[in-house]
Design a protein around this ligand. Sequence first.
Ligand code: ATP
Length: 126
Amino acid sequence: MRAYFKKRYNSFRFAFRGINAAIRSEPHMRLHVLGAMVVVVLGFAFDVTKTEWCLLIGCIGLVVTAEIFNTAIETVVNLVSPHYNPLAGKAKDLAAGAVLAAAITAACVGTIIFLPYLLALAKVYF
Ligand SMILES: Nc1ncnc2c1ncn2[C@@H]1O[C@H](COP(=O)(O)OP(=O)(O)OP(=O)(O)O)[C@@H](O)[C@H]1O
């Protein structure tokens, strides 16, 4: 039983090490984290609804998860194909495309949620 919990504990430790490695080594990941912080601050500032929080948190999770998978794929590709290979390039392009698709989705959701709040704020001042 003790060995079981130690194994589960180590699995979490390795997973957090992976997230930490992505934040430390990937400038894009740091940009995503910064973007997530801005979204959370705006969420509190505009006092968004519970449903809107769920959508915003879901989008943050989607983008961060896509970036971590992208980093993992890039790392494996660099390991198995350090020299030029069209398939290696395709794998990296696909992984980067997944991040872009997630980021576009998040940008659309963010615009739909925050634009009405921003317009209402603009009406108060102008
Ligand atoms: N081994 C390779 N063979 C063929 N094309 C490659 C190879 N490595 C990279 N490429 C091409 O160069 C592009 C950029 O690759 P790179 O490894 O610099 O990733 P990146 O997009 O700069 O990632 P990041 O900035 O997140 O590290 C890839 O999307 C791919 O088109």
